[in-house]
Design a protein around this ligand. Structure first.
Ligand code: ZN
Ligand code: ZN
Ligand code: ZN
Length: 321
């Protein structure tokens, strides 16, 4: 089991998961010609190379989406967030929780940008179902859903997949957003963003009656995008099916525009939803974070990111792509 350790300088928890260092690394360079990877554990026909599926979607023995436990979990097992103080600056807790892999296409070479209309709906329905499941485990306080695409974004396997990490505490990044939502007397910061970005217009990449994708005013990295459902709802798991499908399709179309503009870039998809069972004000959303530049010393030292592409320019470029 991994171990959580508190950095007393900044109040952030770190997960020490040394076992994960032993996982295989069969990521093929994306420029190589397409060839079915014989060793890929996520390809159809290799189901026995992963632990048994928790959920599969599809029929007649042909799965379209498959959820399996992570073979090298960063968080594992039940148990509360039992913080142990070993001294004034040594605080640790067991890394309990859930770590799952969401294989979101049977096609080894596909990405979210390639999913058809049926598949975009299935993928996000699978995420919703897993979040509902995680919420039933009392010791899991928050689940982070992510997709890492490309090695620069942290993907260690090429086959299109995401991960759901259910953890025993509410992490700092989420806590900071919860505090952002708590500010302001009645208006939700993302509901206001929907109104004000729509009025400004020039940072909007696409919009329909259920969702808007913007290059946000405060974009910290080139071509950063924020996908915001129009319905104010804190929990992704409580969103209407039509909103879920619209968000997933908008992500697909935005990523396709990014690919046309800059090629097959690495990116992270970060789903932010309210902590399980929380009634704090929140409005679920998805961050699309292309990894076109690397974080350097100034950014590491200050947390202040320097963005070399203004979001107004980014939205203009993406709309034209
Ligand atoms: Zn594969
Ligand atoms: Zn809202
Ligand atoms: Zn967020």
């Amino acid at each position: 089991m991994s171990q959580l350790r508190l950095n007393p300088l900044n109040g952030r928890w770190v997960a020490i998961a040394a076992e994960r260092a032993s996982r295989p690394d069969d990521f093929a360079p994306r420029i190589e010609p397409p060839a079915p990877s014989l060793r890929c554990p996520f390809c159809p026909g290799h189901e026995e190379e992963t632990p048994p599926a928790l959920e599969t979607y599809g029929r007649d023995g042909e799965w379209l989406v498959r959820v399996v436990p992570n073979l090298y979990p960063a968080f594992e097992g039940r148990g509360d967030f039992a913080v142990e103080d070993l001294g004034p600056v040594f605080h640790q807790a067991p890394g309990t929780g859930i770590h799952e892999v969401l294989v979101f296409s049977p096609d080894h070479r596909a990405s979210w940008a390639d999913l058809d209309d049926k598949q975009v709906g299935l993928v996000i329905a699978a995420i919703r179902d897993r979040l509902e499941d995680h919420a039933e485990q009392a010791s899991v306080r928050y689940t982070q859903t992510i997709v890492n695409h490309g090695r620069e974004a942290g993907a260690s396997l090429e086959h299109p997949h995401g991960q759901l990490l259910g953890i025993p505490f509410v992490p700092e990044e989420l806590q900071a957003e919860i505090e952002g939502f708590a500010e302001g007397d009645d208006a939700c910061v993302l509901c206001t963003t929907l109104d004000d970005e729509e009025a400004a217009g020039h940072r909007v990449l696409l919009a329909d009656d259920r969702v808007m994708v913007v290059c946000p005013f405060w974009s910290a990295t080139p071509y950063e995008m924020l996908v915001i459902p129009r319905t104010h709802e804190g929990h992704l798991a409580h969103a209407a099916p039509a909103d879920l499908v619209s968000v997933s399709r908008a992500m697909r179309d935005s990523l396709a525009a990014l690919t046309r503009l800059v090629g097959d870039a690495a990116y992270n998809l970060v789903f932010h939803t309210a902590p399980h069972r929380s009634t704090d004000r929140f409005h679920w959303h998805v961050h699309v974070l292309p990894r076109l530049t690397s974080v350097a010393g100034f950014e590491a030292g200050t947390g202040v990111l320097i963005n070399i592409v203004a979001p107004e320019q980014a939205a203009h470029d993406l709309r034209r792509a």
